[in-house]
Design a binder for this molecule. Structure first.
Ligand code: N2P
Length: 378
């Protein structure tokens, strides 16, 4: 059929329509082939400066990289569904809860050849929550502990550190002296309550309701001396000297130490390794069941598991990775020799893992009750 155009403007309209239909068609086929985008939801301060840029340059995939600083928020989003994320990085005990709710997609291992780089003992441990390692891939790991501004803390307590450094935060006798130089605790029920339980000699994920009441009594006793609740901003606060004690994460405290050195703030920051152990955590990549760009997620996971890329994360944020055997040659000596990052066998032996203490919704309710009462001072 021959089309007759009455005017230039009609011609322009038809042309525009044809162009937009072509764009629509192209768009559809692009979607079918996989779009060039990837949406990642990860912890703040948990990646090297060039990790995303290098991936984008190499693959042409545009990454939207969003951050969080506690597991509770990731969990709420995953449970609500349609997060739009292709990769999320919860902690393994939360990932276990999410797995049992069917929120993750099983990995097509043939698309992630670098899974071979992962340390076998670590994967065996992870298999206890993810049988056959079908869903979860290590990002980085570390432990919850106490970080201090060495000079300020020693001055405030008038002497040497206590044998059990957890006393600094959990014993009113110490923490009351540190209030004036600033005391920060992580802003998350599942970080603070397990630390309090551990200090009391209870399981970090206790199933006993009475233990939660004891944890609350302990937390109430230190509440007047806590000046900040923070799970990310505390890094800069430590580096600048505006807080002197933090209940925080091992790598974050080392980031603060490094920032103090780089910015010449004169603050001497140290992540302490408690004699009774810190609380281990393993953060893991997983693909949500409704992820829109699964193929790109595979590409990114495989890229992260390259020895040099994985070492780059550790070098920047001071958390060990899951490919130690192959990425070790690329780890900076200053990081490799930092005994609060790479723990000695003796220190590692003291650390508190999850054992079979899985998180449940019942435990979360107890944690939230205690934590809210603590934070609000009720
Ligand atoms: C990132 C800290 C992540 C550790 N700044 C907690 N899983």
């Amino acid at each position: 059929m021959k089309l007759k155009f009455r005017s230039c403007s009609a011609l322009a309209t038809v042309a525009a329509t044809l162009i937009s239909s072509a764009a629509l068609l192209w768009g559809t086929s692009a979607a079918a082939q996989g779009t060039k985008v990837l949406n990642i939801y990860n912890w703040s301060d948990y990646i090297a400066d060039d990790t995303i840029a290098n991936f984008e340059k190499e693959t042409g995939i545009k990454v939207r990289y969003d951050n969080f600083d506690n597991n509770e928020i990731v969990h709420a989003k995953l449970v609500a569904g349609k997060t739009g994320y292709d990769i999320v990085v919860p902690t393994s005990n939360w990932a276990a809860l999410q797995l049992s709710a069917g929120l993750f997609t099983p990995l097509d291992r043939s698309k992630i050849p670098n899974l071979k780089n992962l340390d076998a003992p670590l994967m065996a441990q992870l298999a206890s929550v993810d049988p056959g390692n079908q869903h979860l891939v290590p990002w980085l790991w570390g432990y919850t502990t106490v970080g201090i501004n060495v000079d300020k803390v020693k001055k405030a307590i008038g002497g040497e550190l206590p044998a059990n450094v957890w006393d600094l935060i959990f014993k009113p006798e110490y923490v009351s002296k540190l209030r004036s130089c600033g005391v920060s605790v992580l802003d998350s029920a599942d970080e603070v309550v397990p630390a309090a339980l551990h200090y009391l000699g209870k399981p970090r994920v206790s199933r006993n309701a009475a233990d939660y009441n004891a944890a609350l009594a302990l937390l109430k006793s230190i509440r007047p001396h806590v000046t900040l609740f923070s799970s990310s901003g505390y890094i800069n606060d430590m580096a600048s000297g505006s807080i002197c004690l933090a209940l925080g994460w091992s790598g974050d405290i080392n980031i603060a130490r490094q920032r103090a050195i780089d910015n010449k703030t004169g603050q001497n920051i140290q992540a302490l390794v408690p004699s009774t152990g810190g609380l281990l955590f393993f953060d893991v990549m997983a693909i949500p069941a409704d992820a829109p760009n699964v193929e790109n997620a595979y590409k990114f996971i495989d890229y992260i598991l390259r020895p040099q890329v994985n070492a780059g994360l550790t070098n920047k944020v001071f958390y060990p990775n899951g490919t130690y055997a192959v990425s070790k040659p690329y780890i900076n000596p200053a990081v490799a020799n930092n005994s609060s990052v790479f723990l000695s066998a003796a220190d590692m032996g003291k650390m508190v893992g999850f054992a079979d203490q899985q998180l449940t919704n019942e435990i979360r309710r107890n944690q939230n009750r205690v934590y809210t009462a603590f934070k609000t001072g009720m």
